[in-house]
Write a protein that binds this ligand. Structure first.
Ligand code: TQI
Ligand code: ZN
Ligand code: ZN
Length: 169
């Protein structure tokens, strides 16, 4: 079953059109940006929320960046596997990913055979759930279930995810 963070934080009623930005300097390939766009779209489809990319990192509601190891927020990344990414509850908007993962996007044949490959879109859908206020779920099929095996692609919201997010929004 879905859970919320303590105090049930969510984006307020007057902030339903959210912006997101990529850390300048990360220089993400368009294929990676498209994976984030698809991940946001999955949540937009089942809520009144919209997500629009902006070039203004400092002003964006959701700020996406790839970092290695200790990156100044007290939650250091740990190299290949282990922690893949973290995101904070609303209205924080920080969404950090471990630069040292072998990130893969759909259709990427060069990464597909790497044993430690992690599907970017799957992790993004999960972390956006946290950014919107969902905690972990006990339902194994849900996006918010707290484990995923490496090389797995899991991007479709389960009924449990939809029920949880529709209570918040
Ligand atoms: N990162 C953890 C996660 O997002 C960080 C975390 C632990 C966390 N406990 C939390 C975040 C409580 C918010 C609230 O769950 S992770 C998965 C999954 C991770 C894990 O790198 O371990 C995914 C990132 F669910 F598959 F295990 C993405 Cl999809
Ligand atoms: Zn961080
Ligand atoms: Zn999680």
């Amino acid at each position: 079953h879905y859970t919320f963070f303590p105090g049930t934080p969510r984006w307020p009623e007057d902030r339903r059109d959210l912006t997101y930005a990529f850390l300048p300097g990360n220089n993400l390939p368009e294929t990676a940006k498209a994976a984030f766009t698809r991940a946001f779209q999955r949540w937009a489809e089942v809520t009144p929320l919209t997500f629009t990319e902006t070039s203004s990192y400092g002003a964006a509601d959701i700020r996406i960046g790839f970092f290695s190891g200790d990156h100044g927020d007290g939650e250091a990344f740990d190299g290949v596997l282990g922690t893949l990414a973290h995101a904070f509850s609303p209205p924080n908007g920080m969404f950090h990913l471990d630069r040292d993962e072998n990130w893969m996007v759909e259709g990427d044949v060069t990464q597909a055979s790497v044993s430690t490959t992690v599907d970017l879109e799957s992790v993004a859908v999960h972390e956006i759930g946290h950014l919107l206020g969902l905690g972990h779920s006990s339902v194994e099929e849900s996006i918010m279930y707290p484990t995923i095996s490496s090389r797995t692609r899991k991007v479709d919201l389960a009924a449990d995810d939809v029920q949880g997010i529709q209570i918040l929004y």
